[in-house]
Ligand binder design. Structure first.
Ligand code: BG6
Length: 492
């Protein structure tokens, strides 16, 4: 349970993220009865005139996600929500907010003040500066140890990220800056270290001697929806690779941490990001496949091409799909290919990590047949679980060997209800645990790596393959692996 009283000031309180993720996560925390007696969520925004109007909208959003809203939980949550009309441009609004924080702090003895920036990224620096200018950090709060939570994207390249970081560091210390990557809130991503480190059978084999290749795929079936303007400037490389995919990769590839402190884990992850950034990427252009979805008709329904979506340039060259092959040049992973893939409007939503083991079979079993490799699949979503493929004797056969799968489906368990990604993240930011947040070093090296790739794509003018919406993606991505005698394991 959270014991300390806190104030949670949500900028972008009327936006999508607040409605669909942040407040629903608070609802779940309230339902579990783990919030303290005194806490206040001050949701700021411009859209609504009063609290009732705001709460009605929140109610509908939460209702869309749940079968039924529990009235007692809703009542207890909304008793703690205040709606505060504020425009980022109005100094006077910040002044009013300071007064409100001061007054509220007198009523509740608070131990924590958290500012959450769930706004468009262009406002991040501006809001942070105003927090300082208008003395919101320590108004009525002696610790002056307020926390800042910041959504992605953190910059749009290394230079802009550095600039933003410098601005934030003038106001908050690194220990109080919580950079969100909501993938780190996912159950199976938090499970990666446990699977790796608490199972001697995997721990002993987690290296180039035994692992043939690693694949990480974050496939989406949705298009860009209403986020065209943001997405057309961003593309899959910055939207999914710079953050989510590289975070997953770092947990899979890092050296073993000496302990489980947030700092130690982050240090180990940083080594991976640093290696990526320092890698010789001179021929990476041969290992990249870029794609963009085209229109298609599926079951009689016409699906728009990316270029026909709202707010997208009709000649856009933005990639909505990317596949990448890379190597880490260290003792653990040298020469083990790592294949990464993500795309919008693919035929199914499916995210997983596939670890394929080497064909180190006893030669006696290879005489008359080809055996399947051992395969560990960590399923992130929609199904959460683990599957392990291994070989066994076909019953009543003459030593014929067949592959079988041992399946653990976490999300299939009865009464299983995976917590919202944001639920654990919010809990941790209130408790001050940074393990599931990204450090500046992680972010900075990941940008350096992505910048190099982006530059290469531009210099080499890497082809943009069209793929039909709701298909498996460009065929060129299959050829990338076929050239190595392999295939994507999401196509098995
Ligand atoms: C976000 C991206 O960070 O992650 C979106 O901006 C993407 O474009 C989303 O759709 C995917 O998250 P999830 O949790 O649905 O896999």
């Amino acid at each position: 349970n959270i014991e300390d009283n806190f104030q949670f000031i949500l900028f972008g309180g009327t936006g999508d993220l607040a409605h669909n993720k942040i407040i629903p996560a608070f609802y779940n925390l309230a339902a579990k009865d783990i919030l303290p007696d005194h806490y206040t969520i001050i949701a700021t925004g411009r859209r609504y005139d009063n609290k009732n109007e705001y709460l009605n909208n929140l109610y509908s959003s939460i209702e869309n996600k749940k079968e039924k809203i529990d009235n007692r939980t809703w009542q207890s949550l909304t008793d703690h929500i205040e709606y505060f009309q504020l425009s980022f441009k109005e100094n006077n609004d910040f002044e009013r907010l300071r007064k409100r924080l001061l007054q509220k702090s007198k009523e509740d003895k608070i131990s924590n003040r958290i500012f959450y920036l769930a706004t468009a990224p262009k406002f991040f620096a501006e809001i942070a500066k105003k927090l300082k200018e208008f003395n919101l950090l320590n108004a009525g709060f002696e610790h002056s140890d307020s926390r800042l939570v910041i959504e992605k994207p953190f910059g749009h390249d290394f230079e802009s990220a550095k600039k933003l970081n410098n601005t934030l560091n003038d106001i908050f210390s690194e220990k109080n800056i919580f950079r969100i990557d909501h993938y780190l809130g996912k159950e199976m991503i938090q499970n990666i270290m446990v699977i790796r480190l608490s199972n001697p059978i995997f721990r002993a084999l987690w290296n180039r001697e035994h692992i043939d290749n690693i694949q990480i795929y974050l496939n989406e079936s949705e298009g860009v929806k209403d986020r065209g303007k943001y997405y057309d400037d961003t593309g899959v490389i910055k939207d999914m690779f710079q953050n989510h995919i590289l975070q997953v990769l770092s947990l899979i590839a890092m050296e073993e941490p000496a302990n489980l402190s947030a700092q130690e884990i982050s240090d180990k992850k940083v080594e991976v990001f640093k290696e990526l950034a320092d890698n010789d990427l001179s021929d990476i252009d041969k290992h990249i496949v870029r794609g963009q979805y085209d229109s298609n008709t599926v079951n009689g329904e016409k699906i728009k091409a990316y270029r026909q979506e709202k707010q997208i340039n009709s000649e856009s060259q933005t990639a909505t799909f990317m596949a990448l092959k890379l190597f880490l040049n260290n003792d653990r992973w040298r020469n083990v290919p790592i294949y990464l893939k993500s795309g919008k409007r693919l035929n199914k939503k499916e995210a997983a990590i596939a670890v394929e083991f080497k064909d180190n079979f006893h030669s006696s079993y290879l005489q008359n047949q080809k055996l399947d490799s051992n395969l560990l699949l960590i399923k992130i979503q929609p199904e959460e679980g683990v599957s392990l493929r291994f070989n066994t004797r076909k019953p009543a056969s003459n030593n014929k060997i067949i592959p079988v799968k041992m399946e653990f489906c976490q999300s299939c368990q009865q009464f299983f209800n995976s917590p919202e990604n944001y639920e654990g993240l919010i809990y941790d930011m209130i408790e001050g645990d940074k393990t599931l947040f990204t450090s500046w070093e992680e972010v900075s090296y990941s940008w350096k790596f992505i910048d190099k790739i982006q530059q290469k794509c531009e210099e080499e003018n890497i082809e943009l393959h069209n793929y039909p919406a709701l298909s498996e993606g460009p065929e060129a991505a299959d050829r990338l692996l076929e050239a190595d005698g392999r295939k994507w394991l999401d196509k098995e």
